[in-house]
Design a protein around this ligand. Structure first.
Ligand code: PMV
Length: 321
């Protein structure tokens, strides 16, 4: 075992297309957001002291040996140690995160990913992305109940993905990078609650909801073709269409709709809620070369009530090839 301090990190994420429908087997598109990060560091301690996990930003501290099975930090640790067939190390695992909680930016999955990577590195083992993703998926089940697996996949692979649940990850080739503004309502939106709300509605009206999921799947497939062809301007109307379908699904809210409208009015090519909805964030697509538009869109979103905005670029490692 290494005696050095092991520091690892993981980005946030944003869903571009297909949230909720992805839980029902339709495709979705997501990308990492590197402007926000979770990080984890393990400092070795004296033999016999066991592992203490501290997450001051989340107001959490647990001792591994006494933490309950459903504690997400302890669960991520136990799953990683089991995967590596390693005993509990002696040390202090400290986690920090700049990713807002319950805003659709993948805070839970990013914290778990950073933790899993830090433990792997402490034990001298670099875990491949698919193993990290599998471990984090198990932890996501504690947070979310029935997660599709999109958060753990996009965060562990750290690149834009086209995702269908229970299928191998498909990396997305972004032919022309594009810019998004993410704007948060400041309203925390627990994914588990909204996913359960959609499930109840689907059970009441299965034909209606299946049709909505199918339409979202079609929009997502069109968006994939546009992204791979470098047709960024085609993405705007597809985002608008996806937002309308999410409104019909009952997961939007007045403030989400106001932010979407404000972004479009200020010149965004398209906008939609992102993540579970009923709170959390919206995303707006900004024309590639328009600095002026960017400032105007950010200003309009702030005036319409956004708590914070992040500007991020969607690109893939395959872009140059
Ligand atoms: O974690 P969030 O808020 O980005 O939502 C995840 C997206 C959902 O499709 C609503 C749920 C899921 O597990 O895919």
């Amino acid at each position: 075992m290494s005696h050095k301090r092991s520091l690892s990190s993981a980005p946030g994420k944003v869903i571009l297309f297909g949230e909720h429908a992805v839980v029902y087997g339709r495709p979705a598109i997501a990308a990492p957001v590197t402007q926000v990060q979770a990080s984890a560091a393990v400092t070795p301690a004296a033999p016999g002291s066991g592992l203490l996990i501290a997450a001051p930003d989340l107001g959490r501290q647990v001792t591994l040996s006494t933490a309950p099975p459903d504690d997400p930090l302890a669960a991520a640790t136990r799953l990683t140690l089991a995967h590596l067939s390693a005993p509990e190390p002696d040390g202090i695992l400290t986690i920090h995160s700049t990713i807002p909680i319950a805003s659709g930016l993948g805070s839970g999955a990013a914290v778990s990913t950073a933790l899993v990577r830090a433990l792997g590195s402490l034990l001298g083992r670099k875990l491949p992305a698919d193993s990290v993703s599998e471990i984090v998926f198990e932890v996501e089940k504690i947070h979310h109940g029935t997660p599709s697996g999109i958060d753990n996949t996009v965060i562990a692979f750290e690149q834009p993905i086209y995702f269908v649940r229970e299928r191998p990850v498909q990396r997305l080739r972004v032919a022309a990078p594009f810019t998004l503004v993410i704007a948060d309502t400041g309203i925390r939106s627990p994914t588990k609650k909204i996913v359960a709300h959609v499930r109840r509605a689907w059970k009441r009206e299965p034909a209606h909801y299946d049709a909505l999921f199918d339409q979202i799947g079609d929009v997502t497939d069109e968006a994939r073709r546009a992204i791979e062809a470098g047709q960024t301007s085609a993405l705007g109307p597809l985002m608008d269409e996806n937002h309308e379908l999410l409104i019909e699904m009952g997961v939007s809210s007045p403030i989400l709709d106001e932010l979407v409208e404000a972004a479009r009015f200020a010149g965004a090519l398209g906008a939609k809620l992102s993540g579970a909805g009923q709170g959390g964030a919206v995303i707006a697509l900004v024309e590639e070369t328009a600095d002026l538009d960017l400032a105007e869109i950010i200003g309009a979103l702030t005036e319409a009530g956004a708590r914070w905005t992040i500007c991020t670029q969607v690109d893939s490692p395959y872009h140059a090839s």
